[in-house]
Structures are given as structure tokens and as C-alpha cells.
Design a protein around this ligand. Structure first.
Ligand code: HEM
Length: 491
């Protein structure tokens, strides 16, 4: 018996040794046909199986943010490099030419793909993760919710929210822009999507759950009870439970049905399913996509607003030009009316401030795609099954694309930009669905902030929050505020 155990032990040791030698062989490329690596993007695949996952996770947990992982390798290898994360090969590309090929996707060689933790958290029926065929149907159904009429209604609602929020700043004296913006954008999303506008613990709990869901999106997909991922999945379940209850009550006529995105989707689904079921969204699709729109719209817009306030504070000459435009608009319009889409269309310099903030902050730093067939991009061989990521942040900060890329110069957008050089909202078939909404929120916020308060940033630290899905300031950008105009009460 003892001998048998000894033999088993030798077998295990030999198998482990053989595996280690095989992996070292693979990493060093011994005996490989030199042809097979020619043209493959440079880079380090790291350790067997886990690749460079540990380094990636270390970036997520560092104060420089998860983009640091990419930045360091981009500097080392150039515009194209490969790495291995969570057992898969990832290539990062950062030229406008490659962005054009991949985002246009004329030959259907790429599809959108997120890391597993993201797909599990937002749901497989989410617009972010659905198959290309399902994506077409869902995007089609969702995109007409973002009509000019909806945006005009939304601008008024958002203006009202901002005016109310700014009123409460009087007593505070100091506010943390990110916290305030997260609250306001969450409320705006909930109102627009589901007509939820209660000022109570319920909405706070829901916002907390969405926060946990967002944190879990970058977490290691381990379902153990104490993990960030598990907490995110639980929060998702609670969120879905609330949404299911709401849908049931609306269908049973227990709630007066308001005009919102959820109601449009439910009515459309009930109406279309009487005819062609393949054209309607299922309840699963509706629920996953309501959650997706909250996640896609709240955190991104709040982070963008926060960076914009910081950049304006650091560039007082830009702030002065912006103020002149906003005060001239305030003088022209009645103090008793909410802002309209036409008002926003008149904010030409402010729109460039928004665009420049999005360029500098690159809220979504890279866009992931799955390679569906072997192909070649600008001389590099890219294999089927690899992930290819368009590194928008590098493009935004490339001195061959933008002069003085580290400077905040809104007037750089007086002239038309080079194609595929501005990727704040992506481009091509997966362009941000809520970009007009996001721009509108940023402009309304700017108008009310600069015409109501004088403000000063009191902590200029640029460290990035750990575990954040989008680059968010760790300090949240605290500002000191002093009122300069009487309260406005539009009706
Ligand atoms: C400043 C705020 C925002 C920024 C910077 C932003 C940025 C982006 C970017 C870069 C993409 C494309 C990613 C890719 O190609 O892989 C995207 C997609 C998307 N965004 Fe936004 N977004 C913002 C606000 C919003 C808002 C307010 C909503 C909705 C209410 C929204 C909904 C979406 C959706 C649904 C997609 C997925 C589109 C698809 O895959 O077809 N976003 N966003």
C-alpha cells in the first residue's frame, strides 16, 4: 500500500514537472517556427494560465486607476501590444487608423465583448453583451426612446433636479461634486426610465445597490459570500426584484402608468408580441437593459461632470469665457423658465468645454471587442478568439493627433477633428446610445453651477478611486461654494 502511495506521489511530481517545462517551453517559444510569431503584436503574456491578471488587478486597486496597466505597456511597446488576462489574450491598439477599422467593422470581423464578471453582472440580455443579432433588435428598440422629444422633456426634468440640488448647497458651503453628481444623475436616470422620484430611503438603497453592482463589474468572478463579486450579484438580484414588482403592478393596472422608458418598452412588447414575437423585447431583455442604462448613464456622466469642474478650476481663463457665454444666455432667457434644447444649442463654447473634458478624462478608456476571424490590422496578425481593445485614452492624449494633448484647450474643437480622433462616446455601430442625453446633462449642470455660485476646488489631488469602473476622482472634487445669484424658481 505504502509503495502504491509512493508511486502515485512520483506520478504527481513528474506530471507537475512536465507541465512546468511545457509552459516554460511555450513562454520562451523554444522550437517554435519563427514564422508563427512574426507580425504578432509585441508584449508579455506573463505567467502560465493567469498571464498578467495579477498586475491588472493591482492597477485596479491602485490610486492611479486601472488604466495604469495599459499606459505602462503602451509606453513600453507602442501603439500595438498584447497581454493575457483572465486566461485570454488581449491586444490593445491605439491608432486612429486601427480604431476606424475595428469600430466601423465593415467586414463583421469583431463583436463587442466584456470580461466575464461584467457580462454576469449586467446580464446576458444587456445591450452590452447580447449576440450581434440580439444587439440589433435591442438597440433598435431602445434607440427610438432617445428621440428629440424625449431629450427635450428630459432637459426640463434635469434642470429642475439641478435647481433643487443647488438650492441645498447654500447651507453646506462645501460640497463634494462627485457625490452630488452621482445623486443627481441617478435620480435623473430613475425618473426618465421608471418615473421613480421618491425622496426617501428606498431610492438611496437602490442607488447603493447600483454602486455595489458597478464595483463588482471589475471584480474577480468568485462567487464566495465575502467577495465583491458575490455582493454585486446579490445587489443585482435585489434590483431585479424591485423591477419585476414594478412591471407586475403596471401590467395589473395597480399603478397609474406614467410616460417613461419602461412603460414604452412594456407597451411595445405587449403590442408587438400579438404579431411578430421575434421583434419584441422579452421581460428579461427589458430588465437587463433598464439596469444597463442606469449603469451606463449614471456613473459616466457624474464622473465627466466632476472632471469638468476640476479642469475648469485649473483653467481660469477658460472658465471666464464660459461664464461670459452662460451669463449672456441667462440674461436673454426668463428667470422663470427651465432650460430648453434650443438654449443648449446656443451654448457653443460650453459644448467645446464638454468635449474637451471628455477628451482629457476619457471616461471609458478602452473599448473591448472579440475577434471573430483571423485578420491583419496594419501589418499585425490578430487571431480569431483574441480580444482586441481600442485604447481611446492613448488616442486622446497622442501628441501626433492633438497639439499639447495634456492642456485643456476647448477651442481646439473650433476646427473639425481628424476622423476617429475623438472617441469620448465611441463610434460606429456601438456608439453611445445616451450621448445626447449625457451632453445635455453636462451643459445644464454647467449653466446652473456658474450662474448660481462662485466656487473653488479645495482638494486638487488627482488620485483615482480604487475599483471604479470609470476613472473617478478619489477626492470626489470637493468645492467651496458662495451664492452669486438669487434662487430661481421656474414654473
Ligand atoms: C458622459 C457620459 C457618457 C460617456 C462618456 C459614455 C461613453 C460611452 C462609450 C465610449 C460607449 C461605447 C463603448 C464601446 O464602443 O465599446 C458607450 C456605449 C453606451 N452608452 Fe454611453 N456614455 C455616457 C453616457 C451614457 C448615458 C447617459 C446613457 C444612457 C442613458 C448611455 C448608454 C450607453 C449604452 C446603452 C451603450 C452601449 C451601446 C451599444 O453597445 O450599442 N451612456 N457609452
Amino acid at each position: 500500500m505504502n509503495q502504491l502511495l509512493q508511486w502515485c506521489w512520483y506520478l504527481v511530481v513528474y506530471a507537475a514537472l512536465a507541465w512546468l517545462i511545457f509552459q516554460a517551453w511555450k513562454i520562451l517559444g523554444i522550437g517554435r517556427n519563427p514564422e508563427s510569431t512574426a507580425g504578432i503584436p509585441p508584449g508579455n503574456r506573463g505567467l502560465p494560465l493567469i498571464g498578467e491578471t495579477l498586475q491588472f488587478m493591482a492597477s485596479i486597486k491602485s490610486s492611479r486607476g486601472f488604466y495604469e496597466f495599459v499606459r505602462v505597456r503602451r509606453l513600453r511597446y507602442g501603439n500595438y501590444f498584447k497581454t493575457s488576462l483572465f486566461g485570454e489574450t488581449h491586444v490593445f491598439v491605439s491608432s486612429t487608423e486601427s480604431a476606424k477599422v475595428i469600430l466601423n467593422n465593415d467586414l463583421g470581423r469583431f463583436s463587442k465583448r466584456y470580461i466575464r464578471s461584467i457580462a454576469e453582472i449586467v446580464g446576458d440580455q444587456s445591450l452590452l453583451c447580447a449576440s450581434p443579432q440580439q444587439h440589433k433588435l435591442i438597440r433598435n428598440r431602445l434607440s427610438h426612446l432617445f428621440s428629440t422629444t424625449s431629450i427635450s422633456i428630459f432637459i426640463k426634468q434635469f434642470d429642475q433636479l439641478i435647481i433643487n440640488a443647488l438650492r441645498s448647497w447654500d447651507h453646506k458651503g462645501t460640497v463634494v461634486v462627485l457625490d452630488e453628481a452621482m445623486k443627481i444623475t441617478f435620480r435623473a436616470m430613475c425618473k426618465m426610465l421608471m418615473s421613480l422620484e421618491r425622496e426617501d430611503e428606498f431610492l438611496e438603497r437602490l442607488q447603493k445597490d447600483v454602486g455595489l453592482i458597478c464595483e463588482a463589474m471589475l471584480a474577480f468572478p468568485l462567487r464566495l459570500p465575502w467577495t465583491r463579486f458575490h455582493k454585486g450579484l446579490q445587489a443585482r438580484e435585489r434590483f431585479m426584484g424591485t423591477l419585476e414588482k414594478m412591471i407586475r403592478e403596471r401590467r395589473r393596472g395597480l399603478e397609474a402608468c406614467p410616460e417613461d422608458f419602461l412603460q414604452h418598452l412594456l407597451m411595445e412588447a405587449d403590442h408587438i408580441s400579438c404579431g411578430d414575437e421575434s421583434q419584441s423585447l422579452s421581460d428579461e431583455q427589458i430588465k437587463d437593459n433598464i439596469l444597463t442604462m442606469i449603469i451606463a448613464g449614471q456613473d459616466t456622466t457624474a464622473s465627466a461632470i466632476t472632471w469638468m469642474v476640476k479642469y475648469l478650476d485649473e483653467n481660469q481663463e477658460v472658465l471666464e469665457i464660459l461664464k461670459a457665454e452662460q451669463f449672456s444666455l441667462a440674461e436673454k432667457s426668463s428667470p422663470n423658465s427651465f432650460l430648453s434644447l434650443e438654449d443648449l444649442n446656443d451654448m457653443s463654447y460650453s459644448s467645446k468645454v464638454v468635449k474637451e473634458s471628455l477628451r482629457m478624462a476619457s471616461i471609458v478608456p478602452w473599448f473591448p471587442r472579440l475577434v471573430l476571424q483571423d485578420c491583419e490590422i496594419h501589418g499585425y496578425k490578430i487571431k480569431k478568439g483574441w480580444n482586441i481593445n481600442i485604447d481611446a485614452r492613448s488616442i486622446h492624449l497622442d501628441p501626433t493627433v492633438y497639439n499639447d494633448p495634456d492642456k485643456f484647450i476647448p477651442s481646439r474643437f473650433d476646427d473639425e477633428s481628424k476622423p476617429y480622433s475623438f472617441l469620448g462616446f465611441g463610434q460606429g455601430g456601438r456608439t453611445c446610445l445616451g450621448m445626447n442625453l449625457a451632453r445635455a446633462m453636462m451643459l445644464v449642470f454647467l449653466h446652473r453651477l456658474v450662474t448660481t455660485y462662485k466656487w473653488k476646488v479645495i482638494d486638487s489631488d488627482s488620485s483615482i478611486e480604487k475599483w471604479a469602473l470609470f476613472a473617478r476622482l478619489k477626492s470626489g472634487c470637493p468645492i467651496h461654494v458662495a451664492r452669486i445669484r438669487d434662487d430661481v424658481v421656474p414654473s
